[in-house]
Design a protein around this ligand. Structure first.
Ligand SMILES: Cc1cc2nc3c(=O)[nH]c(=O)nc-3n(C[C@H](O)[C@H](O)[C@H](O)COP(=O)(O)OP(=O)(O)OC[C@H]3O[C@@H](n4cnc5c(N)ncnc54)[C@H](O)[C@@H]3O)c2cc1C
Length: 366
């Protein structure tokens, strides 16, 4: 690692093979950037997912991939930087300042805007998290650039523009927005939509330090206290190893206890399909699918869920999908890895009991 500034462009000839020549005013804009979102020393995993995706975009453009890390002094930045390199970053732009220790829109937006104006990223990606959504809007407005929010897919089109896909009209359509005429081209991306990249141990890169020019007296918000986030379970659902979900096939709200019982025995998170939320049987943060959470667990158990496309897009990154459905022709069996044709009201409690016994035996066996 070094504190030297980055070279002007990556080796490999930038924009090779792209059809459109860039306007003169865009010539200085290089690199694909990802915000490494860190709060209280903990990096949000969406940052690594975006570095994995950013790597593909940067390779397509023939430019470098950078992480932008805003942190308070001693916020475990060294570990975060090493991880960023291992997940594909060539360099990390680091701003360390006491004003960046905890997220506040004003200093974070000032820091990000200054970094962008100084180092000119071509593409800037952030997670569609609470922090990312709040920050990206302010940064895009300040920079007078376009922002495609809540994306589910990213690509580089034949002109070398970012092509960012997101649901629109309440999820009834997917639209792809091409942002060739903006710099930086900004997008927020939903957690878990992109696969987690393989870490390459020992991979290293450069660190470029930059200072924040701001005083506490410039900031209109003050942090008085921290209150635990009542919605933390949302994040846990998206990143859970095992998820058990129920759909309309469960018939009545009381029957969702069969889902939560199995989830509890397996140490899993639980979720549901959209009509279940619309009926008020489960809270909205438990909805899985195109207009809910995207999940990528090792095991997804779907009980009484038909497998409509809007549900499927939220679960198809799961390693194993186990479907329980009375209808042998249900769509979910087209993409499930394992299926049980039968009544979920009987099968769920049977699975819960079987797992309970097995886990008890395992515990006794040490
Ligand atoms: C714009 C838009 C966005 C959407 N976004 C989402 C989204 O994010 N997530 C989402 O899930 N949906 C979403 N939907 C809705 C989606 O199209 C489906 O309507 C929904 O997924 C169906 O939910 P379901 O499978 O629970 O219910 P149903 O389609 O009613 O399916 C119930 C299933 O249960 C089975 N069944 C019945 N009884 C039993 C039993 N005793 N045991 C086992 N199986 C049984 C049936 O055979 C059937 O397959 C969206 C729709 C639109 C238009």
């Amino acid at each position: 690692m070094s504190d030297k500034a980055a070279p002007a462009a990556a080796a490999g000839g930038s924009r090779a093979g792209m059809k459109k020549e860039l306007p003169e005013r865009f010539r200085d804009y290089k690199h694909v950037w990802v915000l490494i979102e860190m709060e209280r020393g903990v990096v949000h995993p969406v940052s690594w997912e975006l570095l994995g995706e950013g790597r593909k975009l940067a390779d397509k453009l023939g430019v470098e991939l950078a992480g932008a890390l805003l942190a308070g002094p001693g916020d475990a930045s060294t570990k975060a930087i090493e991880e960023a390199f291992s997940y594909g970053a060539d360099l990390v732009y680091l701003m360390e300042d006491p004003l960046l220790a905890d997220y506040r829109n004003q200093p974070y937006a000032a820091a990000m805007t200054d970094l962008v104006n100084t180092f000119k990223p071509e593409i800037l990606l952030m997670g569609a998290t609470n922090l990312g959504r709040d920050l990206a809007g302010t940064v895009a407005t300040t920079l007078a650039t376009g922002l495609t929010a809540d994306c589910t897919e990213l690509a580089i089109d034949h002109e070398g523009s970012l092509a960012a896909t997101r649901p629109t009209f309440g999820g009834t359509l997917l639209c792809t927005i091409h942002t060739l005429n903006f710099r930086p081209q900004m997008a927020t991306i939903r957690p878990r939509v992109m696969a987690m990249p393989e870490a390459q141990e020992g991979r290293t890169g450069r660190v470029v330090r930059h200072s924040l020019v701001m005083a506490e007296s410039d900031i209109i918000t003050k942090i008085l206290d921290f209150i635990p986030d009542a919605n933390m379970d949302k994040a846990q659902l998206a990143y859970a190893d095992i998820v058990v979900a129920g759909g309309m096939g469960l018939g009545r709200p009381e029957n969702f206890k069969l889902v939560t019982d199995l989830a509890q025995v397996l140490g899993a998170e639980y979720g549901c399909s959209r009509p279940v939320v619309q009926k008020g049987w489960m809270p909205a943060e438990r909805q899985i699918g195109q207009t809910g959470k995207t999940i990528r667990p090792r095991l997804y158990i779907a009980a009484g869920i038909s497998g409509a496309i809007q549900h499927r897009v939220g679960v198809e990154g799961s390693d194993i999908v186990l479907a329980i459905n009375t209808d042998p022709n249900a769509t979910i069996f087209e993409f499930a890895h394992m299926g049980i044709v039968g009544d979920a009201l009987q099968i769920l409690p049977a699975l819960t009991e079987a797992f309970r016994r097995r886990l008890a035996v395992n515990r006794l066996a040490g």
